[in-house]
Design a protein around this ligand. Sequence first.
Ligand code: SF4
Length: 339
Amino acid sequence: MATRAMEPEYIALYRSGELESRAEALEARLRSCDICPRECGVNRLENELGFCRSTHLPIVAAVCAHHGEEPAVSGSRGSGTVFFGNCNLRCAYCQNHQISQDFGAQQANEVDLHTLAERMLYLQDELGCHNINFVSPSHFVPQLVRAVLEAVPMGLRLPLVYNTSSYDSVKSLRELDGIISIYLADLRYADNRWGRKFSQVSDYVAWARVAIREMYRQVGDLVVDDEGIARKGLIVRHLILPNRLAGSRDSLAWLVHEISPKVTVSIMSQYFPVHRALEIPHLAREITVEEYAEVVGLLDELGIENGWVQEMGASGNYLPDFVGEDHPFGLAAAVGKSR
Ligand code: SF4
């Protein structure tokens, strides 16, 4: 569905004072942290560390215009990505492991909230991006909201994208209602055995499903503007893992039957064994042509018509490098073909 550009809803929340109330409510929860489903209970305001190894200051590992997201997200001018450091998962195959799991190094990337707000304005005004895309934000929801509150009077007007593993607390997501326009949500596993083994999370499936349900309640099916750029809605990403570890049939069927027959799905074939995956036999290879064809076939079988399918052979093109000053994705080209 196409629509003309509209003012993001967070502007009205700012004017009414609701945005400030949300920031305060979220920050209070940092005192006994339950921002994500781990519910560590540590006092992040006093720099105690929970599973995500993150204090009250946001960690911003990289900021750039990203041209390799889905076409409706990257558009022609790029998606304004803010890569948060650290994570509330520990995926053995994480392609961003340099910034998600190197906790000591990431301390150097802690910034204050005003700096985070300024970086959003840089992405909007200097780089001309279509949106602000918060990558791995689940452990920094209070900081995200406070920085948006700072950025609105500075001129922020872009739609906000919440780009997540979906291991999110519904309580935290509810505070984002009306702030986030586009949810870009992974659905990684359909079986907790694999989450436990490969991502150090025992209860991923239930949390991710309830989180995606809440995201959809807030933003609904994807809406694009006259140029095909996302204005609002849910996009679910599904990364094909080797050996059917992603549970594609189960996850895609759940999306169609429990979320929406019109759900927008991005099928990703870019899996490449990096980080600890090289030492794990189940994960130590790329996906095969047969595994790829099987998942693509499921789209037709289940009647999934909206979204994109990354072409086979994309695996090497999407490996970021966050070490050094260069753009983490080099000149990587945009994602595959539309459904
Ligand atoms: S955000 Fe971090 S400290 Fe808070 S509950 Fe999650 S993992 Fe624990």
